[in-house]
Structure formats: C-alpha cells, structure tokens
Design a protein around this ligand. Structure first.
Ligand code: SAJ
Length: 438
C-alpha cells in the first residue's frame, strides 16, 4: 500500500492498528485508538494480561483515571482485541511497538523484548505497513537495530515496502491517558511523507503539538529530557549534602534560590526511582559508548542519586548507631508520591542496606496492597521510622499516637514532608535530609 492510501485509511479510521506490548504505555495507547473507532489488535506475551483485557479489565494496578472505562468500552465494542498471536496483526496497516527497553546492571541497553517483537513482526507484517516505535530507546537504535532487523528478517525495503517511525511516549503513572492526550509528541520518521502519515494517525488521539524530526532527533529528545531531570535532581541532592555539612537547611536555601529567575532547583530526596529517570540517562550515554565523547556528568549524576538511599541509612545511624536487632519502619515503597508504582524503588535499596546491618524492617505503603493497613500497628515497637515517599496520607499522621506505639520516637524525613516543629512537638527526635540547622 502507498503512503497516500494509508493516509486515507487512517483519516477514515478504517486502518487496522496493531500494538505490541500492552503495559503502562501500550495498553492506554491501544484503548485510546480503539475509542476513536480504529480496529486495534493488542499483542502481549502474558496470557493472563490478555485474558483480563479481553474481559474489559485493566491489568494495570494503580489508579489510572479513564483507563478502566476505556478498556471496558473497547473490549465490549470489539474494537480492541488482545492476543499472544502475532498472526492476528498480519493485516494491520500500522503497528506500534511499546515493549520494555531496560538497561542491564552494566547500564547497557537490554533489547531482548524489542528484538523478539521485531523478529515476530517481520515474519507477518504486510507490504506497506507503517511501523512506529514508541518505547524509549538509545539514540541510534532505529537506524542501527530496528531498520536493519526489519529489512533483513522481512526481506522488504524500508521506505518502499514498509515505512518506519519513532514517536516516543511521555506518559506518567497516574496520568497515562491525560499525558497521551495532552503532551506534545516528537514524530521521528524515515521521510517527510512518512511523518505526514504519522501526524494523521496521532492527531486522532493527541491534542498537543506533533513535532516532525528525523528518528535520531526523536530518540535524543526523549532520553535527553529525562536525563535533564536526573541531573537536576542530582544537583539538588548534592546541595542537600553540602547543607548538612554546613549545618544549614537545604529546603530554606532552595526556597530562596528559586526566587532568582531561572533557578528552578528541584527537590532533594531519599532517592530517584521509577522506570524512566534511572534508566534513560544510561540509554543516552550508551549512544556514544566507544566514541570519542567523554560522558562524565550523566554517570556522576546517576551516582549521586543512587547514593541517596544509603545516605538515608547514614542519617539513621547518626542517631541509632548499631542497627543489629533494631526494628525500623520504612514509610513508602512506591517510587512516587500517591502512586502504587514500586518499580526501581529507593525503598527496596534501603531495605536491603538495613537488613545487611542486622535490622528488622517493617514496611508500610498505603498504595501497595501487601504493605497497606494501619500504620500505627505497623510501627509497634519500632526503634525508628524513615519516610521515603511523600504520600499525602503521611502528611496528617497522628504523631502522639505514633509515638505511643514506637519503642523510640525517632523519625527520619527523606522528603521534607513535615514542618519540623510538628513531630518535635509530639516528642519525636527528627532527622531531616539536608537540614542540620538548629
Ligand atoms: N524526584 C526527586 N526530586 C525531584 C523530582 C523527582 O527526588 O525534584 C524523584 C521522585 O521521588 C521519584 C523519581 O525522582 O522517585 C522520579 O520522579 P519524577 O517526578 O521524574 O516521575 P517519573 O519517574 O514518573 O518521571 C516522569 C517522566 N515522564 C516521562 O518519562 C514521560 C519525566 O520525564 C517527567 O519529567 C516526570 O514524569 C514529571 O514531569 O513528573
């Protein structure tokens, strides 16, 4: 099929869309296009996820406004069908790829899921299909991996027998649907003609700007924007450590720094978790591995941020000394406030550090099923409590009641959640990250 014909089919929504990977990104994307009237076939390797979706239920635990309704509607209308069988997307005119693209312990991109999906797709994709990668990838992946794999395995020529694009997503847990609709997207493609068709596709669901670019630019924008954030957070964390050493209060310093135009200093914290920020800087840095580019700031920022859970341990030990046999309550395991997403959570690292020092760890998180429940009961006989995630529920803690339960009223605040006078008034010893002021 020619691109011009494809554009017409997209315009009248008769184009059939395949979505490979029905996770945090692929599932909302599939549901949104189905809601717009496209026939969507979703592919995933997890049969239990497929079953749930075909019954109209979301397999994504956290509360995602609109998502449940969209899936129910799409499954009921028959517009969204989920399967493990790639043969069902052989007639698709557009295929979106939303599989995971993690990095391994050596910070090297781990593309097994991506390569598996490309291999399976290449075996079934029809002539004239438009393939769009939405996953976050190391700059250069499209040209060096995706394009050659699809050409070699399908025997077809990119730009003639199939078309290729890269349109990174900008979703966020808790705002998946909102972000897909409201955030601008970079439309990276192999040609302006392909970009034109991609924009026709995305304008059905994206209300914001669709910015055309070549594919490496699209890959760079996504990884750079998240690396920018990681470096900014690392700066705030390093200033927090300096303020501790000078017996100053980083939160007051930050408040006054931000009065200076363009000094939007981010928040120091107990760590940087999630599936974007800790990973994307390594995808960016990997793009120039082996080339004559000395990438120093990006790894250094990652090291500063990765050290923060250990710093929380140091703050605790400054008050409690030997942790052997001590019972410590970790408050918050989600990586983000008011979310249930525990992927790459700083609290997991802290828990391992505490256990390595012989402490007994109690965990609480109102959003994580196995950790939710009555925090005062969970705090019973604890020698200290460490706040790792600024869930709103913790803002209004009854400190008198908490104190009555604990073996020792010691609190370590890793997120500047409480005014220091409040727990202190209830008789707590309080250690605040970044604030050693009187
Ligand atoms: N964090 C800090 N200090 C800060 C901001 C965040 O310590 O000032 C920590 C958080 O506690 C968390 C981690 O960093 O553990 C990541 O927080 P985040 O607010 O960046 O949330 P994410 O990981 O969901 O990032 C997403 C990203 N969006 C996409 O990838 C599409 C990121 O690009 C966005 O900037 C971010 O949401 C956002 O703006 O909220």
């Amino acid at each position: 099929m020619q691109l011009s014909d494809l554009k017409i089919k997209i315009a009248d929504r008769s184009a059939r869309i395949g979505v490979i990977g029905l996770g945090y990104v692929g599932l909302p994307v599939a549901a949104l296009f189905a809601q717009k009237g496209f026939d969507v076939i979703g592919i995933d390797i997890k049969a239990e996820r497929i079953e749930k979706i075909n019954l109209g239920f979301s397999p994504i635990g956290c509360n995602e406004p609109e998502l449940d309704g969209l899936i129910m509607e799409a499954a009921a209308s028959g517009k969204l069908k989920a399967t493990t069988d790639y043969n069902l997307i052989k007639d698709c005119d557009v295929v979106l790829i939303d599989v995971e693209t993690p990095v391994n312990d050596d910070h090297i991109p781990e593309y097994s899921a991506l390569k598996e999906s490309l291999k399976s797709l290449a075996g079934v994709m029809k002539p004239g299909v438009l393939v769009i990668l939405e996953s976050t990838i190391m700059p250069g992946t499209m040209q060096k991996i995706v394009l050659p794999m699809l050409e070699d395995l399908s025997g077809r020529k990119c730009g003639e027998d199939f078309y290729l694009g890269n349109c990174p997503e900008r979703v966020m847990p808790g705002k998946l649907i909102n972000n897909l609709r409201k955030m601008s997207r970079v439309v990276g493609s192999d040609s302006p003609a392909t970009a034109d068709v991609m924009k026709e596709l995305y304008q059905h669901v994206v209300e914001a700007e669709l910015d055309e670019a070549d594919m490496v630019t699209a890959e760079l924008v996504k990884t750079v924007e998240n690396t920018f954030r990681d470096v900014q957070i690392a700066f705030a964390n390093e200033v927090a450590l300096i303020c501790e050493a000078l017996n100053a209060d980083v939160w007051r310093v930050r408040e006054l720094v931000r009065k200076s135009p363009g000094r939007d200093m981010l928040l120091p914290g107990a760590g940087v978790g999630g599936h974007c920020i800790p990973k994307d800087p390594w995808l960016l840095a990997s793009a120039v591995r082996g080339l004559d580019v000395n990438v120093r700031l990006i790894p250094a920022a990652r090291k500063v941020n990765n050290e923060m859970p250990k710093h929380m341990l140091r703050l605790l030990k400054s008050k409690i000394g030997d942790l052997k046999g001590k019972m410590i309550l970790i408050m918050g395991f989600a990586y983000l406030a008011d979310s249930d997403d525990t992927r790459d959570s700083p609290s997991d690292y802290l828990m391992r550090f505490l256990e390595a020092e012989g402490a007994v760890v109690a965990g609480h998180d109102p959003y994580v099923e196995e950790l939710s429940g009555n925090i005062y009961v969970r705090a019973k006989n604890c020698d200290a409590a460490i706040l790792m995630t600024a869930h709103a529920e913790y803002e209004t803690l009854d400190f008198e009641r908490l104190k009555s339960q604990m073996a020792r009223p010691l609190l370590v605040d890793g997120r500047n959640l409480w005014k220091k006078s409040v727990p202190k008034a209830a008789g707590f010893e309080l250690v605040r990250l970044g604030d050693f002021s009187a």
